[in-house]
Design a protein around this ligand. Structure first.
Ligand code: DPP
Ligand code: ZN
Length: 893
């Protein structure tokens, strides 16, 4: 397979001004007629050849240039390209007729069928699976699309833009013509033809235009789209209020489909969504589902400006639209819910999954330098780390400065396909600030490690922070340069109050309680003056940069102090996490030392177990009714294993898992009265109606976290209570949480709860995803047999991406089974990847890329050998997709 390199970017030799598409949809095949108006974009006199992208399953029926059928020597057709030559000078038209078979398309790229409906997914390169085209984002054209289909099975015919015309055709067929007035790249093209129900509402923009909002879903789900509709309205309002951005057409459609590779797709005015991110009801969806629907509906809507009006010049720039749009959706969700909890959740996700990616075999900068399949680079790095880079601009420029930068970005680039450098330039120019050093964040992979030490000089009343940074080498990048790192800092006095800050060189009369230090070099010092007492520093407030921070000389007493007093909720939570992390690291060291006792339990207990001071600090948090319940739930949660693994060379993941479980059990035992009190305090009143609002969700978060800990006790009384809770739950949040608390504890309650859950929800595929995921992720030893059994269960379908994600990705989290010492878990994953790859290469690649296979080197020698053997087996497979090949081959290097 051939890699594409960022440095090789060249503008296209021709541009396309107008696209006229006609889709004749039939059961046996679909005809696509495409009429394209080209204009020259080359230098010089002689028209160069025109290479159009295609795919071998797109059958070329006819091609004409300027109305003439092409002679055989004027075009060349290969598996991936249709190249036209001998073209006229100046502008010309090309007509192409192709035939495709959407009903056989299981890859879900291009045009395919889901639950009997025709739908498209073109990002990144699906459009070339429909017709031959300049399938690249810097070719922006105006589209008119005519769709023809049988009326009875496909009453709804949709495409981008405004409906121009529609009507009946002979033989029970009908048509619709859509026109999109905004130029767009083909990855934003969309078409839907099917039998769908509709819910309609409106939104009045700030300039007084009334926008029609429509959400389409299967009839059985249409009563569950209200939350998505309200989320859309809130997002439209928020983008006007915060960024002055108004919607630009009179109609906005969302279509929910059940077979979809990604979460959702921002096609111009016709967003297509994975149904799990549209459909929500209290009985079938958890608080997390409600929050995700709100966040993703907003995300796709926000793309209308950041992505669609201003798009990417090439796919290497993906973070231009994704990092920015994730930042926007994070801020939206923070404004709609608890800002502190949202930040903690986002940081947890970044540290659990993106940091692991950044230190693994697929490590890449937010703007990658090369790819084989672009689909493999829709990653946490491009999205979540990319959002952190945007957040740093916001931190440095302030809210108002960031808004100015956004205004300038749209003023300069509306209607264009641009690069990350253009965005950074707009941010810099808006405030006259030099942000050129930030270029390093776009080119360099890996998580920087920052070390900070503080020194108090009582006589001079100064407090000096010395900060240094280094980024460890990543594959293909051994030497790393310093990157600019904003470090938000506060100083706490002995009474827990914030000290006013006077940063040397920054004196301007104000004495804020948080200062943003900018660490630009490898090493730098910052001096605070007029510091009246020895302070406790609160560092990296709000997680002001995506780095790993080590604070020299920060002892447990200081961390407990910060956990009790810090006014910055992120740092407060972080103090607790640091205490837990160092405990887990110490206990792991003991547990891994087989000379120290027979069992993990014995070795860990010999090392002192969980210290009383830590239990006391967590008890104080748990007992504080003034704290947000979701914050408390996060504060008593253990850091994930994947956050710890990077710091344990040659880790035995099962021992680490056992240590975490041991600590969870110890905490549950020692905090039992407080956990039970928290459940009592937060339990819903009988008959209380469910509401997804942040305050109600926060209560449930605390209750269910407490129940999870209590479940760890494996106590009969608790088991009976959890089973009762699965039966009496009035909403999915509580139902699934009680089941999750039982799932790792074999016994009658567990089996009954699982059985009853299935009976209750067997008609709801979206709910069964939870049922499948919870079983596949269970830690019970020997669970692999049960997981294999699920593959044959009538609820499971290999062709449905959601089902694959629920089963296989959950299994990856079942450490004792996935990392089983005999290699059976790895073999199962490899078998499954190969099986899925034949059906859907993107899903197979996601399974490979999300697994420990991409970080082979981090594990003990025996497991490394077992994983490598499976990777070799995958690579030896005939007909392996380029998607899986790229990830598996990188992982082996
Ligand atoms: N639809 C995906 C997203 O919105 C890819 N653009 O992130
Ligand atoms: Zn996006």
């Amino acid at each position: 397979p051939q890699a594409v390199y960022r440095k090789d970017y060249k503008p296209p030799p021709y541009l396309i001004e107008r696209v006229h598409l006609t889709f004749v949809l039939n059961e046996d095949s679909t005809r696509v007629l495409s009429r394209l108006s080209f204009k020259p974009n080359y230098d010089g006199e002689a028209p160069p050849p025109l290479p159009l992208d295609g795919r071998k399953d797109v059958k070329l029926v006819a091609v004409k240039v300027a109305g003439e059928a092409l002679a055989a020597d004027s075009y060349e057709l290969t598996d991936k390209k249709l190249t036209l030559s001998g073209l006229p000078k100046g502008a010309f038209e090309v007509e192409i007729e192709t035939e495709i078979k959407p009903q056989e398309n299981t890859s879900l790229e291009g045009l395919y069928k889901s639950s009997g409906n025709f739908v498209t997914q073109c990002e990144a390169e699906g459009f070339r699976g429909i017709t031959f085209f300049l399938d690249r984002p810097d070719v922006m054209a105006k589209y008119t699309t005519r769709v023809e289909a049988a009326k009875e099975p496909y009453p709804v015919l949709l495409s981008n833009g405004n409906l121009l015309d529609s009507g009946d055709l002979p033989d029970g067929r009908h048509f619709a013509v859509w026109e999109d007035p905004f130029p767009k790249p083909c990855y934003l093209f969309a078409l839907v033809a099917g039998s769908l129900s509709l819910k309609e509402d409106t939104f009045t923009t700030r300039s007084g235009r009334s926008i029609t909002l429509r959400i389409y879903a299967e009839a059985k789900d249409i009563d569950k789209v209200g939350h998505a509709m309200r989320s859309l309205q809130k997002a439209m309002k928020w983008d006007e209020d915060v960024f002055g951005l108004e919607y630009d057409l009179d109609l906005f459609n969302i279509v929910a489909v059940s077979d979809f590779n990604m979460g959702a797709m921002e096609n111009k005015s016709l967003n297509i969504f994975n149904s799990r991110l549209v459909i929500a009801s209290p009985a079938t969806s958890s608080d997390l589902d409600f929050a995700r629907v709100e966040g993703v509906v907003a995300h796709e809507y926000f793309h209308n400006w950041t992505g669609n009006r201003v798009t990417c010049r090439d796919w290497f720039q993906l973070t231009l639209k994704e990092g920015l749009t994730v930042f926007r959706d994070q801020e939206f969700s923070a404004d709609m819910n608890s800002r502190a909890v949202k930040r903690i959740d986002d940081v947890t996700r970044l540290r659990t999954a993106q940091f692991a990616e950044d230190s693994g075999a697929m490590s890449h900068p937010i703007r990658p330098d090369k790819y084989i399949k672009m689909d493999n680079f829709y990653t946490l790095t491009v999205y979540e780390k990319g959002a952190e880079i945007v957040r740093m601009y916001n931190t440095l420029l302030g809210k108002e400065g960031f808004r100015k930068g956004m205004d300038l970005y749209f003023q300069r680039h509306d209607g264009q396909a641009v690069t990350c450098d253009d965005f950074r330039a707009a941010m810099a120019d808006a405030k006259g600030r030099d942000l050129s050093a930030f270029a390093a964040w776009y080119g360099q992979a890996g998580t920087p490690q920052v070390t900070v030490a503080g020194e108090y000089d009582a006589a001079a009343r100064t407090f000096t922070l010395s900060a240094s940074q280094r980024t460890p080498p990543t594959p293909g990048q051994s030497d790393k340069a310093p990157v600019p790192i904003p470090i938000a800092v506060g100083l706490l006095g002995a009474d827990g109050q914030e000290l006013p800050l006077h940063l040397k060189g920054h004196e301007n009369g104000a004495a804020p309680t948080t200062e943003v230090l900018l660490l630009e070099g490898a090493q730098q010092e910052f001096v605070f003056t007029e510091v009246s007492e020895r302070p406790v520093p609160s560092l990296l407030r709000g997680f002001s940069a995506p780095v790993k921070l080590e604070v020299e000389g920060q002892d447990e007493e200081q961390l407990r102090f910060l956990l009790a007093h810090d006014s910055d909720p992120f740092c407060r939570w972080e103090a607790g996490q640091r205490l837990l992390r160092s405990l887990l690291m110490a206990l792991y060291a003991a547990a891994a030392d087989t000379a120290k006792g027979e069992s993990v339990e014995e070795r860990v207990a010999g090392a002192g177990g969980v210290p009383e001071a830590l239990v006391g600090a967590l008890r104080a948090v748990l007992d504080d009714p003034s704290l947000d319940g979701a914050f408390v739930a996060a504060a008593i949660s253990l850091p994930s294993a994947s956050e710890l693994i990077d710091d344990i060379p040659g880790v035995d993941p099962v021992v680490l898992h056992d240590v975490r479980q041991y600590v969870a059990r110890q905490l549950a035992e020692q905090l039992r009265p407080e956990l039970e009190a928290a459940v009592k305090r937060t339990d819903s009143a009988p008959g209380e109606a469910y509401s997804p609002d942040a305050a109600s969700a926060a209560r449930r978060a605390l209750k269910n976290r407490a129940l999870y800990y209590l479940g760890e006790l494996g106590d009969a009384e608790v088991g009976a209570d959890l089973l009762r809770r699965t039966r009496e739950a009035t909403n999915m949040t509580d139902h699934i949480a009680a089941l999750a608390a039982l799932i790792d504890h074999p016994g009658a309650e567990r089996d009954t709860a699982l059985q009853e859950f299935y009976e209750a929800w067997k008609g709801e595929p979206l709910v069964l995803l939870k049922w499948i995921g919870i079983q596949a992720g269970a830690h019970v030893p020997g669970n692999l047999g049960a997981v294999k059994g699920l593959l044959g269960h009538p609820a499971f379908a290999l062709s449905n991406p959601n089902m694959c994600y629920a089963l296989f990705l959950s299994f990856l989290r079942s450490t004792p089974n996935f990392h089983a010492a005999d290699g059976s878990g790895y073999a199962f994953l490899a078998d499954s990847i190969l099986q899925v790859d034949k059906v859907n290469r993107q899903v197979a690649a996601r399974m490979t890329g999300s697994s420990a296979f991409t970080s082979v080197r981090k594990f003990d020698a025996r497991r490394q050998g077992l994983m490598r053997a499976q990777l070799q087996r995958i690579l030896a497979q005939d007909g392996l997709s380029e998607n899986v090949y790229e990830i598996a081959s990188s992982s082996l290097q």
